[in-house]
Write a protein that binds this ligand. Structure first.
Ligand code: SF4
Length: 363
């Protein structure tokens, strides 16, 4: 039996492509090969891999994954960091992915290979054909060049993504293209922000990983559900520093704390039961005991809270319990606070309009 090894970049490009390939090559064994060290950060790589596993499982196609050799990828693209998409860095990136696919095809005794990159409207099919044909000649293999995206291909591809509830990513893969894309969109590159505490931030890659794990579970359990889109105000803390009476003190900055001027100083005007109201910018400081009472937790210190924080949603609940309406006033947790303390705060954070996906279970 003939074997085709298919380099798979993501399920958006692979699901429909594999369906078409199976129709055109009914007598060949098709093996998917997920080799993409160009996908950054690693959590995004895992998310796309898991989604391709989900898609291949549905299609009954064997999937293998290659090495995530990111150091090699950085090395081969060195000097091409500022190339635009479709430029020379992409050629190197295609070369690498197809080179390794050919090695895998030979290892598996396959006689043909191809790539789902042919399905992407952002990739040059001509370039991929030249690379594929050259490799085929050198290695006595056949490169399958198929244009499944022309005609109604793009529409069918989108339908396959929607009907199978696949993960639709919004950037190609590497951090260089991602940075350039976010800069052009005047948007924060929040895909590259992960808190040291590992708290899962709204609509972060970690959030999406959990969402698609839930999808997989619901499918396995045979549950009915749909994935809805929700517009909301997202938030990221970029950095912050708190000084009390000129000394830097450990502090925990609660979600949606925002200071337009990014820097201020104020005095503790009033304290009641471990909650201090400052003289400026609506700043509130909570001591750790009051924080524990309000959140039903038992942290012993701010350091402990910093390394193992509440969930983001619980922080939002805490904010609402203190300030009722939707608010942006800075709320910080500290080990202790006294009347008339002099406070200096640096707070660099941002909020922005965003769209996230959520699962709605029907039955
Ligand atoms: S933009 Fe995409 S194809 Fe080009 S180098 Fe980055 S990951 Fe590779």
């Amino acid at each position: 039996m003939s074997k085709i090894v298919v380099q798979i970049c993501c399920s958006v490009d692979s699901h429909y492509f594999l369906e078409c390939l199976r129709q055109d090559f009914p007598n060949d064994e098709i093996i998917g090969f997920f080799y993409n060290p160009n996908i950054h950060p690693y959590t995004e790589y895992m998310l796309r891999l898991k989604d391709v596993e989900f898609s291949c499982k549905k299609l009954g196609i064997t999937l293998l994954d290659g090495l995530y050799d990111i150091n090699k990828w950085y090395e081969i693209t060195k000097g091409y960091e500022n190339e635009p998409e479709k430029g020379n860095r992409c050629t190197i990136c295609f070369d690498d992915r197809l080179d390794v696919t050919v090695l895998k095809a030979k290892e598996l005794g396959a006689d043909k290979f191809t790539t789902t990159l042919l399905m992407s409207p952002l990739k040059s099919q001509e370039k991929l054909k030249i690379i594929g044909d050259n490799l085929a000649t050198k290695n006595a293999l056949e490169f399958i060049y198929k244009d499944y995206r022309s005609g109604s291909g793009g529409v069918n591809q989108s339908l396959a993504v929607k009907n199978n509830r696949l993960y639709r990513q919004n950037y190609c893969g590497c951090m260089y293209a991602l940075n350039a894309q976010r800069e052009a969109q005047n948007r924060l590159c929040d895909e590259l922000i992960t808190p040291i505490s590992q708290q899962v931030l709204p609509n972060s890659i970690e959030y999406r990983l959990a969402l698609f794990e839930q999808r997989d579970k619901l499918v396995d359990e045979g549950k009915e559900f749909f994935i809805k889109k929700v517009d909301f105000i997202n938030y990221r803390l970029l950095n912050g520093l708190l000084k009390i009476n000129k000394n830097i003190v450990p502090s925990y900055i609660v979600a949606y704390s925002y200071l337009k001027s990014q820097k201020t100083n104020a005095k503790v005007e009033f304290i009641k039961e471990g909650m201090a109201y400052l003289s400026k910018n609506g700043i509130i400081l909570l001591d750790i005991n009051r924080f524990n009472d309000l959140t039903n937790s038992s942290y012993k210190s701010i350091k402990e809270l910093l390394s193992n924080p509440l969930s983001f949603d619980d922080e939002v609940k805490l904010r609402k319990s203190i300030l009722k309406d939707f608010s942006l006033s800075p709320i910080l947790v500290v080990d202790s606070i006294k009347q008339d303390d002099f406070v200096e705060l640096v707070l660099n954070s941002t909020y922005f309009s965003d769209t996230k996906e959520e699962i709605e279970i029907i039955s």
